[in-house]
Design a protein. Structure first.
Length: 255
């Protein structure tokens, strides 16, 4: 069984690890012993080790899951040359990764937290020699999309990486609307959960505009609600959210 070494044990790392348990041997390196022990208690199949002064990554397959602003500090503690480096750091360019951590080959990835349910939408780019194995690893916790450039990956980061937070706001708002009109919170949440579950299947088989047209009858409830969304700038708000997230990814890449 191939061994993967995670550096970092935050929410994204945990989600990916949960998706890969049983498919790979997993080692997790982190700076906080308490959080490492908590992760080990939750996912007993993993191996853990604390990063102290120096860490040798020679010939390891590294999954880098730290915060972008922690890269400089981490790089001072890393020795050796990894066999492969898979980075989950938003906005951090391949050029920067090569300057900070030595590896034979590099891949940038952008999964999302649905990885823990094997439902991540993960975008990848980097060294073509690693493409097949990178797609296999990331395919272990969801769907994958290989893109040709880092710019495309940064755009994908805004959509699929940040997207769960954007959709969470939509889901919460739908539930709030139902409660505002008299439905219990529990029933409203059940409705929204069922809605999103079914919508995923609809979206796989239909263009969004066709879904809208299929639901919207002349002078009906959907048309009335849709007009209100347009009036209040929901479409533009979502477009601007993607623009802002993409621009932030670009900003992170310049640091």
């Amino acid at each position: 069984m191939e061994k993967l070494t995670f550096i970092g044990n935050g929410n994204m790392a945990k989600a990916i690890i949960k998706g890969l348990i049983g498919k790979y041997e997993i080692e997790v390196l982190g700076r906080n012993s308490k959080s490492l022990e908590a992760l080990k208690e939750e996912i007993q199949q993993i191996q853990i080790a604390q990063i102290n002064e120096q860490v040798d990554i020679t010939d390891k397959n590294i999954i880098l899951c730290i915060k972008p602003n922690s890269l400089d500090d981490l790089s001072s503690k890393i020795n050796g040359t990894a066999s492969s480096l898979y980075s989950v750091l938003a906005g951090v360019k391949l050029e920067t990764l090569k300057e900070k951590i030595s590896a034979k080959n590099y891949i940038r990835t952008m999964p999302n937290i649905a990885a823990s349910f094997q439902k991540s939408m993960t975008t990848l780019t980097g060294d073509e020699i690693l493409k097949s194995n990178a797609m296999k690893i990331c395919g272990g916790f969801g769907s994958t999309l290989w893109v040709k450039s880092e710019k495309e990956l940064d755009i994908a980061t805004a959509v699929a990486g940040s997207g769960p937070a954007f959709l969470a706001l939509i889901a919460e708002s739908l539930s709030d609307g139902a409660v505002n009109n008299g439905l219990s919170r529990n029933d409203a949440n059940i409705l929204v959960q069922g809605l999103f579950d079914g919508f995923a299947s609809l979206l796989k088989n239909n263009n969004p505009s066709k879904i809208k047209d299929a639901v919207m009858s002349p002078g009906g409830t959907t048309a009335s609600g849709y007009a209100s969304m347009e009036k209040n700038g929901v479409r533009n708000g979502m477009i601007q959210a993607i623009d802002s997230a993409y621009n932030k990814a670009c900003e992170l890449g310049k640091k």
